[in-house]
Design a protein around this ligand. Structure first.
Ligand code: KDG
Ligand code: MG
Length: 402
C-alpha cells in the first residue's frame, strides 16, 4: 500500500483551518488537521515544501515509522509548526488505518473505556452578572461543566470575554488588537465571580477558570487559594509553564486543581510537571502535540501519577481534531474532561462529522475512521483571511502574556 497524493486545503468558514488530505493507491484517504491559530500559513508551507514530497510512495500503514521519520528526520525537533505538521499527517494515517480495518478509531486504539465524554463550554460576560446569566444558559443546555470568565472593571477586553456568546472567537483582527491587563484588579474581581456562581447555582456543576498565563507563580498561588471555597474543577494556565518548576510554588499553597498544556508540543513540555505531580490535568491535544501517536505517550506517562486528560478544544482546533480527540477520550483510561467550544454552522458544514452533543457530553460516531471529512467544494468558497490573536499590555504599556 502506498501514499499517492497529499494535499493541503486552507479555508476560512468563519475562521482559518489547515487540513491535510492523504490519498492512497487503494482509494482510501485520510484527513488531518494542522491549524495553528494566527500562524496558519507557516504550517501550510512546512507541509507542502518539506513533508508532502517525503510522504509520496510511503506505506501509510507504518504510522509509527512515519512519525519517527518526520520527528527525528527533520533534525530540528519540537516546536508548534513542526509538531502540528506531524499531527496532521498522523491523524490522516490513523484515519486511513481505521477505515481499512472497518473500525471506528476508538476501537483501533483499544476500545471504549466509556460511552460518552464529559465536555465543558465557555460562559463569559462583560461583568459578573452577565457571566452568571451565561453560566445559567449553559446549565439549561445540559452542560455539567462550565468555564467562567468575566470582564474586569478597568481592564480593556479582559481575556475570554468575546463579542459573540456561543461562538466566541479570539482571533478577530487582520492585525493583533491590543487588550489590557492588571493583575491586582483581576485578583480583586475573579473570586467574586465564583462566589456569586456558587450562591446562584450551588455546587452540583463543575466550574473551571482560565488564567491564560497572566499571573506570576506567587499571584497564581494567591488566586488558587482565594478560589478554594468555590471548589473549582480546575484553574487553567495560572502561570506560564516554560519553567515547569514554577508550578511547585503554586502547588505548595493551594489545593485548587491545576490544569496546563494547551500550548505544549511534546511530552518534554510536560515531563517534570507530571513526574513531580505538580498538575492534575494535562491539556495537550491531538493537533498541538504531534497527533494521536504522541498524545498517547503523554497520557500514559500522566496515568502513572493519577493525572487526567483535559484536551484543548477551542474553535481554532478544527472538527477533524475534535473527532480525533473524541475517539482518544473514549479510549483513554485516565480521561478527565474535554473542552468543547462550538464551531459555527459554516465550519460544521465544511467538515461533515458524526459526533454529537447530548446532555453535557459528546459522543463519537461509529463510522470507520475518525468520522470527520472535508467538503472541498464548499471549503473553496471560504478563502484564507489573515486573522491574529490579540496581544495584551499592562496599564503602563509593558507587553504581557495574552
Ligand atoms: O488560539 C488560542 C485559543 O485556543 C486559546 O486562547 C483558547 O485558552 C484557550 C482555551 O482554554 O480554550
Ligand atoms: Mg486556555
Amino acid at each position: 500500500m502506498k501514499i499517492v497524493a497529499a494535499k493541503v486545503i486552507v479555508c476560512s468558514p468563519g475562521r482559518n483551518f489547515v487540513t491535510l488530505k492523504i490519498e492512497t493507491d487503494q482509494g482510501v484517504y485520510g484527513i488531518g488537521d494542522g491549524t495553528l491559530n494566527g500562524r496558519e500559513l507557516s504550517v501550510v508551507s512546512y507541509l507542502e515544501e518539506h513533508v508532502v514530497p517525503c510522504l509520496i510512495g510511503m506505506d501509510p500503514r507504518r504510522i509509527e515509522d512515519i512519525w519517527q521519520y518526520l520527528y527525528r528526520g527533520a533534525y530540528w525537533r519540537r516546536g508548534p509548526v513542526t509538531m502540528r505538521a506531524i499531527a496532521a499527517v498522523d491523524m490522516a494515517l490513523w484515519d486511513i488505518k481505521a477505515k481499512m480495518a472497518g473500525m471506528p478509531l476508538y476501537d483501533l486504539l483499544g476500545g471504549k473505556s466509556r460511552d460518552r465524554v464529559m465536555v465543558y463550554g465557555h460562559a463569559n460576560g462583560s461583568d459578573i452578572d452577565e457571566t452568571v446569566d451565561a453560566v445559567g444558559q449553559y446549565i439549561d443546555l445540559g452542560y455539567k461543566a462550565i468555564r467562567a470568565q468575566t470582564g474586569v472593571p478597568g481592564i480593556k477586553d479582559a481575556y475570554g470575554v468575546g463579542r459573540g456568546k456561543l461562538y466566541y472567537e479570539p482571533a478577530d483582527a487582520a492585525l493583533p488588537s491590543v487588550t489590557g491587563w492588571d493583575t491586582r484588579k483581576a485578583l480583586n474581581h475573579v473570586p467574586r465571580l465564583f462566589e456569586k456562581l456558587r450562591q446562584t447555582y450551588g455546587f452540583d456543576h463543575h466550574l473551571l477558570h482560565d488564567g491564560h498565563h497572566r499571573y506570576t507563580p506567587q499571584e497564581a498561588a494567591n488566586l488558587g487559594k482565594m478560589l478554594e471555597p468555590y471548589q473549582l474543577f480546575w484553574l487553567e494556565d495560572c502561570t506560564p509553564a516554560e519553567n515547569q518548576e514554577a508550578f511547585r510554588i503554586v502547588r505548595q499553597h493551594t489545593v485548587t486543581p491545576l490544569a496546563v498544556g494547551e500550548i505544549f508540543n511534546t511530552i518534554w513540555d510536560a515531563k517534570d510537571l507530571i513526574q513531580n505531580q505538580l498538575i492534575d490535568y494535562i491539556r495537550a491535544t491531538v493537533v498541538g502535540a504531534g497527533g494521536l501517536t504522541h498524545l498517547r505517550r503523554i497520557a500514559d506517562l500522566a496515568s502513572l501519577y493519577q493525572i487526567r486528560t483535559g484536551c484543548h478544544g477551542a474553535t481554532d482546533l478544527s472538527p477533524v481534531t475534535m473527532g480525533c480527540a473524541l475517539h482518544f477520550d473514549t479510549w483513554v483510561p485516565n480521561f478527565g474532561i474535554q473542552e468543547y467550544m462550538r464551531h459555527t454552522e459554516e465550519t460544521d458544514a465544511v467538515f461533515p462529522h458524526d459526533y454529537r452533543f447530548e446532555d453535557g457530553h459528546l459522543i463519537c460516531g461509529e463510522t470507520p475512521g475518525h468520522g470527520v471529512d472535508i467538503n472541498e467544494d464548499l471549503a473553496a468558497k471560504y478563502p484564507y483571511k489573515r486573522a491574529y490573536l490579540p496581544v495584551a499590555r499592562l496599564q503602563d504599556g509593558t507587553m504581557w502574556n495574552w
